[in-house]
Design a protein around this ligand. Structure first.
Ligand code: CUP
Length: 147
């Protein structure tokens, strides 16, 4: 299931649009995740008691959205050589934040959805490549979750 060089390049080309507004897209992704998968909110002590309107205007949501996008930018640029960046991420998300691995699958779906809405030329091949990259990434995080 490894990604080819060509697939990584398709991902990075689409991702360049995300990098042009990392906080805005990160915020949109988290808001969509919390709206479509309400159970994910309970993993975030800072956010779980906020109303939908408060979530929309929360600087903390925007700040975490930026962290998520920046992390993905860092990892995608490694084109698969990402094991060293994933270990601390997997450990903090499993042990400290107690985020179930299924939530990574949910956020991956949401990322593709939000990108499809925001990027004009994000066609089937772009979507498939980003979906695959996020799947590789989530699978590799899962390895550290189990160990
Ligand atoms: O960094 C961080 O913070 C992370 C990032 C990522 C994304 C996607 C995939 C992979 C990685 N995170 Cu945080 C994550 C998550 C969250 O926040 C929520 C939910 C789920 C996941």
């Amino acid at each position: 299931m490894a990604m080819s060089e060509g697939e990584w390049n398709v991902v990075l080309k689409a991702w360049a649009h995300v990098e042009s507004d990392p906080a805005g897209i990160g915020q949109a992704v988290l808001l969509r995740l919390f709206a479509d998968h309400k159970e994910t909110l309970s993993s975030f002590p800072k956010f779980k008691n906020l109303s939908p309107a408060e979530l929309q205007s929360s600087g903390d949501v925007r700040a975490h959205g930026l962290i998520v996008v920046n992390k993905l930018t860092e990892v995608f640029k490694k084109k698969g050589e990402h094991a060293n960046s994933l270990k601390p991420l997997a450990e903090s998300h499993s042990k400290k934040h107690k985020i179930p691995i299924q939530y990574f699958e949910m956020i991956s779906d949401v990322i593709v959805k939000v990108m499809a809405e925001k990027i004009a030329d994000f066609g089937a091949d772009g979507q498939a490549a980003v979906r695959k990259a996020l799947k590789v990434f989530t699978t590799d995080i899962g390895i550290f979750y189990e160990s």
